[in-house]
Design a binder for this molecule. Sequence first.
Ligand code: ADP
Ligand code: MG
Length: 363
Amino acid sequence: MKVVLKNLTKKFPPINKKAAEGVTAVNNFTFEIPDGKLVGLLGPSGCGKSTALNLICGLLTPTSGKIFFGDDDVTELPPERRGVGLVFQNYALYPHLTVRQNIIFPLENLKGKDKLTKAQMNEKALEIAKLVQIDSLMDRKPGELSGGQQQRVAIARALVKMPRVLLLDEPLSNLDARLRLQTREEISRIQKETGITTVFVTHDQEEAMSISDIIVVMKDGVVQQVGKPQDVYDEPTNLFVAKFLGTPPINVFSGCVKDSKLYIGEDFVLDANGVSDREVYVGIRPEGFVLTESGKFNCELSRVEVMGRDISVVATNAHSENPTVRAIISAENKLDLAAKTVSFDLKPNKVFIFDKTTEERIK
Ligand code: ADP
Ligand code: MG
């Protein structure tokens, strides 16, 4: 089921009289979630991710704009008539019910032609439990399950009615690191197996990048960029997106373009043909450095961290916006650890320049 958001806006009124202005949590969202894809809604805390999700599921009504599921305008429909499955961070299972009863719960108030017999409900619950691999736990109560297992039950409960759209709001945040990794692979598998159009909300860029067909990067209620994870990483539209994606994060420097040449401080680092003279921010991905004695870009070496396959060169530079500069280079490089300075050439496709005022990318 394709989901289309058209000029979707949600404003919250001021919380009290002192607060002069309200918040525009979702500001003029227009994008399409293709049928059967997993879309990651990504942005820092408070940027409007949950609000966007709650608009899609119908728990909130928009201030303006429209939501379509396929060709159906669902903007005015209550949540129970939209055919959505919801999973939250805190599982929200019924503690006094067994796993089976929790999964069956959404099926119990089906009416008319959709009404199911007890046997049919049990059959459906078992089928879904098998899909999320909790079928051996059906008679336990939530308190007798690990966090990861509880979240699987919540996913099973969201899937049992075969929703048209599955909505997940930070579903992995309460899990420890290892379970988070495992459960995210599970969600990806389940999504592919069922083919249900899915929106996955997270503030964790790595999580979003690894699981999503498409990511939507948000800031302050405004969509910054929509695209395949690799494309957004390779071609960020502005400084915010460049900084938000990638670990270790992108290195940012103050620089300038003069006579079609890009400078960081005194160092002429790359050609910048076609860019008019101006102050810029220079973003360099950690993998964008090539260690060379004759390199054009000079930094003060702080230390070297060995990571097996790669080496992380930690350095400083007077024009860096971050306290340290981090370059990832192959472990095959021989590094003179006694040296005070390191010199790099830069890979042009790993260097982005941004207008210093607008912070928009200059191509
Ligand atoms: P996220 O999920 O990305 O952390 P939210 O969608 O929860 O962000 O919130 C976006 C913004 O809207 C925040 O500034 C938040 O304080 C505000 N907000 C969310 N819900 C309400 C509400 N019910 N009333 C007023 N402001 C709200
Ligand atoms: Mg949220």
